[in-house]
Write a protein that binds this ligand. Structure first.
Ligand code: ADP
Ligand code: MG
Length: 617
């Protein structure tokens, strides 16, 4: 039997599209306040907005007739013509209040300028009360209590208070970035979490929301094309984050999630960033109304661009230009170019005498096969965390835990002392001859040489050790002087939330006021690292991760971040002993040929290839 659904069910079903969690209700309600020309918006959350979400504004307010209609489905004051492309407000679907009223206890208190007294109206599970007069200042107060109290199935999907709070904060950040002329205050459980005063410019607002140091490390973007205007700021390539969360795109006043836009940003920074690092960006794009369809998604966070190619061209052009004029093209791009031209010379026939017969595998990455060498490592050599490998190639332990240095020179470390009577005259990764650019090690092998990326390879080794430590027992180091690390409040909350798991990783800390943590203990392997930077990176990853459940999936990122901080940097001078110790350590580790991001840690050039290069064979 087909039946027409009763209105209250229809309302509940459509409410699901718009109101998914407290933060999605908050987004709609803030947009309404901005549409009503509010200049000051104050938000209060209790239990992450699940118990109470209230928002008060000093906008136009509503008279009796408007209030009555406001909670009806598809009732809006914002679409004066029937043109769905001519949208001058954030709202236009006339659904938010009706939806919130269908799934919570909703109370609206409002007063329009011209009215003498305020009015209030309640909606409980879709049922409207009478409108009653109440004292109220000009503006509107919306209170949403007990979201989904009548829909237990949906209630179950709501996350912890902290996760919901973080989601709401993100919603406020996005809107606040777009409307610097409006002030925003957030109270959580009666405590004031932040106040963003009316800001004189987009930049001032971004400073309040992202952080002050970002503003000292930005490139300004200003460009136009085909009637579109692009402005905003992006970070210089050396100022990055561990996650992509500080990337904001605001299109015609709305924060938009758009794969193409994220993709363009990534493309613009191609080759300029380390793996796993993300630029910060706040970009504002204004497009003529008729060229953009905002009505793709009920929450209006997705759009369709009519002239996609043009949008792409505007963005990529402006970003690339800004990055190029910044003079921050890193030497890595040059290096890659040089390598490519070298291999081109080999592949294409600059040297016709050998080009056809060239064995393509002989200029190889990581041609060393560790398994053939393993027989020489000690049986207990797997306990790399204790660093207790002892082979004939390395007598002195590489003291990774005290920063990277070798305390006493080993008689077997250098080439002169290497027992030449051995059947294996050379260890597989050879002997270090030099360090170039304080970044790469040149090591002579039995039949050629290898070029080792010192940071990537050490990072790989540290990662393996940390990973092991996660499943077994971690050696930690109590800090003599605990380190106080300044963070954003939600980062502090995220760290607090994951305190126990982080302790398992050897990382102990306590909250230190509202915006800082005090780090007390760290994995011993990371003794030499910059604790402030490390903590900040971990906090960023955790903040993005939000729930404890998801931490397992991010553990790799956290370990990667730790290993990066705990490893010798490019740019650090190494002695021949240090270099040889690193090579020996790599030989002990099956995975040392690839860095944690999957790139090679060293490349090998065989003598016969070198001879070919010089046309000698
Ligand atoms: P929409 O925003 O799409 O019009 P809503 O359900 O969010 O739909 O709101 C319905 C109507 O209620 C709005 O069109 C507006 O006229 C009125 N309204 C909602 N919130 C406010 C507010 N904070 N101040 C003044 N009017 C409001
Ligand atoms: Mg609305």
């Amino acid at each position: 039997m087909i039946r027409l659904l009763p209105p209250h069910l229809i309302n509940q079903i459509s409410a699901g599209e718009v109101i998914e969690r407290p933060s999605s209700a908050l987004k709609e309600l803030i947009e309404n306040a901005i549409d009503a020309e509010a200049k000051n918006i104050e938000i209060t959350l209790i239990e992450g907005g699940k118990r109470l979400l209230s928002i008060s504004d000093d906008g136009k307010g509503m008279n009796k007739e408007e209030l009555f209609l406001s909670v009806e489905r598809h009732a809006t004051s914002k679409l004066p013509t029937d043109d769905l492309f001519n949208i001058n407000f954030l709202g236009f679907r006339g659904e938010a209040l009706a939806s919130i009223g269908a799934v919570s206890h909703l109370k609206i208190t409002t007063k329009a300028e011209a009215e003498e007294t305020g009015l209030s109206l309640e909606v409980n599970a879709g049922k409207k009360s009478e409108i009653t007069p109440t004292a109220h200042a000009k503006g509107t107060l919306i209170q949403m209590r007990d979201l989904f109290y009548n829909l237990p199935a949906r209630l179950k999907f709501l996350k912890s208070d902290i996760s919901e709070l973080l989601a709401s904060k993100e919603v406020i950040y996005k809107i606040a970035l777009a409307y610097p002329e409006v002030s925003f205050t957030l109270f959580n459980e009666k405590k004031k979490l932040f106040f963003f005063p009316k800001a004189p410019s987009l930049k001032e607002r971004a400073r309040d929301i992202i952080d002050a140091s970002f503003m000292e490390n930005t490139l300004d973007i200003n460009a136009t094309r085909d009637g579109m205007i692009l402005k905003g700021f992006i970070s210089i390539p050396t100022y990055t984050r561990a996650t992509s969360k500080d990337q904001y795109f605001i299109v015609n006043g709305r924060a938009i999630k758009d794969k193409m836009l994220y993709g363009i940003l990534k493309a613009a920074y191609q080759g300029l960033l380390f793996q796993g690092r993300f630029p910060i960006a706040v970009l504002y794009l204004d497009i003529p109304h008729q060229e953009i369809d905002m009505n793709v998604h009920p929450a209006k966070t997705e759009v369709r661009f009519q002239k996609e190619a043009s949008v792409r061209g505007l963005l990529i052009g402006a970003l690339k230009q800004a990055l190029a004029t910044a003079g921050h093209r890193t030497s890595t791009t040059l290096g890659i170019g040089a390598l490519e031209s070298l291999s081109k010379n080999i592949e294409h026939n600059s040297y016709p005498s050998y080009s056809s017969s060239r064995d393509p595998s002989s200029f190889s990455r990581n041609s060393f096969n560790p398994s053939s060498f393993q027989r020489q490592s000690s049986p207990q050599g797997t306990n790399i965390f204790e660093d207790s490998v002892n082979t004939e190639f390395r007598q002195t332990p590489l003291d990774l835990e005290n920063g990277f240095s070798v305390k006493t020179p080993s008689p077997f470390m250098s080439e002169e002392d290497y027992p030449s009577s051995k059947e294996n005259a050379f260890p597989p990764l050879g002997f270090a001859k030099a360090q170039i650019q304080k970044t790469y090690i040149i090591s002579q092998t039995q039949d050629g040489f290898i070029l080792v990326d010192q940071h990537a390879s050490h990072e790989r080794l540290t990662y393996e050790k940390l990973q092991k430590a996660y499943t077994e027992q971690i050696k930690t180091q109590l800090l003599l002087i605990p380190e106080v690390v300044d963070l954003t409040e939600s980062e502090v909350e995220a760290l607090q939330h994951h305190k126990e798991e982080m302790q398992k990783l050897g990382f102990s800390y306590d909250r230190f006021g509202q915006n800082a943590v005090m780090v007390r203990e760290i994995p011993a392997l990371l003794r030499q690292s910059d604790i402030k930077a490390l903590t900040k990176d971990i906090a960023e990853i955790l903040e993005e991760t939000k729930t404890a459940f998801a931490l397992k999936e991010r553990i790799k990122d956290i370990l990667a971040s730790m290993s990066c901080h705990g490893s010798i940097r490019a740019g650090r001078e190494l002695s021949l002993n240090d270099m040889n110790a690193l090579l020996r350590e790599m030989e002990q580790n099956n995975f040392a040929g690839e860095c944690i991001h999957g790139r090679p840690t060293y490349i090998e050039l065989k003598l016969k290839d070198i001879e070919k290069l010089f046309n000698r064979s």
